[in-house]
Design a protein around this ligand. Structure first.
Ligand SMILES: CC[C@@H](C(=O)O)C(=O)SCCNC(=O)CCNC(=O)[C@H](O)C(C)(C)COP(=O)(O)OP(=O)(O)OC[C@H]1O[C@@H](n2cnc3c(N)ncnc32)[C@H](O)[C@@H]1OP(=O)(O)O
Length: 255
């Protein structure tokens, strides 16, 4: 199984469980995330959604390049990107608080998943970045749109995207992407983070999220996400992207 789901005391945790691939997202992970989101929509007893990765090396390394490199055309790429884009939109618009518990590197689509969550708690050793530019593509799951909505200063958000490099946890905190940087156990960091929120009735959380989502609707977030995905799909079929992915995969094969 490419993921694990646990549901304890109102905290539903989705763990990507592909350590050997640094928790890269494949079709199975997408289906798992979709299942969890549907479950939350249908069950009132879930208070928080936590997304994390197995092990300590990676939260998520983005799309699985060894699986997705078989997608060549713009339309093929759009199919995969929009599937995950819709899942992330559903995650971003859930009525319960969502927390990215970042246990290790979050790069590419991994950084997009984290940005789609309401809160980012980052392990002190973790490095995160929208490194898609190094693959000659943009963010393709809507993460760029969410980043511009997260209240970071505009120049800092844009720099993160155009730098296309990883930032360390301290810098992520300074620019306002990470809400907390933690040392030691991720479970403890999570418990401390939600301790106060647990004391508040869930209907209050839902009301605040409703207020935020109303603003998002006015700003046409869904349309902007789809436009972002369309731009990425165009770049996906370029030679520059194919060569960059081949170089990444050849590195693995030559080990
Ligand atoms: C498709 C959507 C698009 C988007 O919309 O954003 C994307 O997500 S594009 C994908 C962006 N991701 C990448 O470019 C992957 C970058 N990966 C890394 O930078 C590093 O792997 C890491 C995450 C920083 C971890 O580094 P390290 O701990 O040193 O591990 P290795 O690099 O040695 O990797 C171990 C193992 O895992 C394989 N791997 C890693 N990431 C992916 C991936 N995204 N897809 C497929 N496989 C991946 C890597 O090839 C190694 O495999 P083996 O050599 O077979 O052990």
């Amino acid at each position: 199984m490419a993921y694990k789901i646990s549901n304890k005391d109102g905290v539903l945790t989705f763990t990507i469980d592909r350590e050997e691939k640094r928790n890269a997202v494949n079709d199975e992970v997408m289906e798992g995330l979709k299942e969890v989101i549907t479950y939350i929509k249908e069950h009132e007893n879930v208070r928080f959604l936590v997304v994390t990765g197995a092990g300590e090396k990676a939260f998520c390394s983005g799309g699985d390049l060894s699986e997705f490199h078989s997608l060549h055309t713009e339309e093929q790429a759009f199919g995969m990107l929009s599937k995950m884009g819709n899942i992330l939109y559903d995650l971003a618009t859930l009525r319960v608080p969502t927390i990215a518990l970042i246990n290790g590197a979050a790069v590419g689509g991994g950084c997009e998943i984290a940005t789609a969550c309401d809160f980012r708690l980052v392990a002190s050793h973790a490095k995160c970045g929208f490194i898609q530019g190094t693959l000659a593509i943009t963010s393709g799951w809507g993460g760029g749109t969410y980043l511009f909505e997260r209240g970071l200063r505009h120049d800092r958000a844009l720099k993160m995207l155009v730098d296309a490099k990883v930032y360390d946890a301290q810098l992520l905190h300074e620019i306002g992407w990470a809400m907390r940087v933690f040392e030691g156990s991720k479970e403890q960091a999570l418990e401390e983070f939600i301790a106060n929120m647990r004391k508040i009735h869930p209907s209050v959380h839902q009301a605040y999220k409703e207020i935020e989502l109303r603003k998002w609707k006015e700003r046409n977030i869904y349309d902007r996400v789809m436009e972002e995905i369309r731009l990425c799909a165009k770049l996906w079929e370029s030679d520059a992207h194919n060569e960059a992915v081949q170089a990444f995969l050849n590195k693995s094969n030559s080990k």
